[in-house]
Write a protein that binds this ligand. Structure first.
Ligand code: THG
Length: 372
């Protein structure tokens, strides 16, 4: 196996020692930081996530803090979502777009105060874009990456585990809301959120020195709950239709193509970068659309370059960008984009990968559970 050479540029996290002790077998690189991708058996981890509770080192979901009198103006300039509706302590999923309406990132924004936001980013360098916009507009803001490392607790037993460490107050946190709750005399922002469909929380560990203590406390409290270390699970996230920036969407895609139109109000937005492009894109309605695909046959290899989707006439009608075998659905599940005219659910298409050509069925996202 080839190894990744870890240096200052490829950053470790406050939890890395614990992740290593738990037997991580694969990392991916995300925001120039290590993100655990597997602990040896993705299928077993997926089944465990659906039944028990896992602790995930998602420190690579870095925060960009935007602080100052013009903070809200800058965040609103970056997203077509209407921030007027965001409450303090609330999380907001916000597509970020460029001047052509192309996706730059799909972060979760947390409004801590009218003049203070955390933008919890996917894998692209949002800090430079934000600094460039702020400089160009002469905004009064500070933009920096604070010492904040999210630790996710995901799975059906998350409420039980979290209440043992942070008290019963966690049970009252609604989806995409958060509270500051104490741990050893230090308050952490804790939200009901996370990159899975199994429910759970994210603890925003805002002091690296507390990373190991909070990890250890969760494992000590959760022994009888069968708590395990995990990470964003490729199988579960494809089944659940959670998109991955850089894989399933890039600067080439508008949020409408990504199925993120419900997070865009470019008409009401006071004016965001790409507003006119988005209004045009929305009027044209998208030229392609993100979809699920069930790819027939036995397990596919991992999708490292987009695979071509072809129609009955042999013409290119789309691409597959993520694919994996799903034990629960007993088929390969995939995410891709299909051109207009070819995306209706139930249609049969052909997927052409380097080593195979196979039929696939177009579906909506998330994948619908097989009925027993
Ligand atoms: N949590 C935090 N930061 C993140 C992620 C996260 N940054 C990177 C990446 N994940 C951003 N991408 C997503 C994608 C989907 C969701 C969250 C982050 C998500 N979406 C729900 C949905 O689509 O149904 C809810 C959206 C809503 O209703 O507002 O949860 O996971 N901290």
């Amino acid at each position: 196996m080839t190894e990744l050479a870890i240096s200052r540029r490829l950053r470790a996290t406050p939890f890395t020692s614990r992740v290593e002790a738990a037997g991580v077998t694969a990392y991916t690189v995300y925001n120039h930081m290590l993100l655990p991708a597997s602990f040896g058996d993705l299928e077993a981890e997926c089944a465990h996530l659906k039944e028990h509770v896992q602790v995930w080192d998602v420190a690579a979901e870095r925060q960009i803090e935007i602080l100052g009198p013009d903070a809200w103006k800058l965040v609103q300039l970056m997203t077509p979502r209407d921030l007027g509706k965001a409450h303090i302590g609330q999380c907001f999923y916000i597509p970020l777009v460029d001047e052509r309406g192309g996706m730059l990132n799909d972060p979760v924004m947390i409004k801590h105060a009218p003049d203070r936001y955390w933008v919890s980013i996917a894998d692209s360098d949002v800090l430079y874009w934000a600094k460039g916009l702020a400089y160009g507009h002469r905004f009064q803001v500070e933009i920096f990456e604070p010492d904040v490392s999210p630790l996710a607790v995901q799975g059906p037993k998350s409420d039980e585990l979290m209440s043992r460490v942070f008290g019963d107050a966690v049970r009252d946190i609604r989806f995409f809301r958060g509270e500051w709750l104490p741990f050893e005399g230090h308050d952490f922002y804790i939200a009901r959120s996370g990159y899975s469909r199994q429910g759970g929380f994210e603890i925003y560990v805002d002091d690296s020195a507390l990373g190991e203590p909070v990890w250890d406390a969760l494992f000590a409290a959760g022994e009888d709950l069968n708590v395990k270390a995990g990470g964003p699970n490729l199988i579960e996230r494809i089944e659940g239709g959670l998109l991955s920036y850089g894989n399933d969407m890039t600067r080439e895609n508008t949020p409408y193509e990504c199925g993120l139109g419900r997070f865009c109000d470019p008409w009401t937005s006071i004016g965001c970068v790409g507003r006119d492009s988005l209004i045009r894109a929305e009027a044209d309605s998208p030229q392609r659309l993100v979809r699920g695909l069930r790819i027939s046959g036995d397990r596919v290899p991992s999708c490292r370059v987009p695979w071509t989707i072809i129609g009955d006439g042999g013409e290119k009608i789309g691409t597959v960008t993520s694919a994996v075998w799903s034990p629960e659905f007993d088929t390969n599940v995939a995410i891709g984009m299909l051109d207009r005219g070819f995306w209706e659910p139930g249609r049969t298409v052909w997927v052409e990968a380097p080593d195979f050509t196979r039929p696939a069925e177009v579906t909506t996202l998330p994948f619908e559970k097989p009925t027993a």
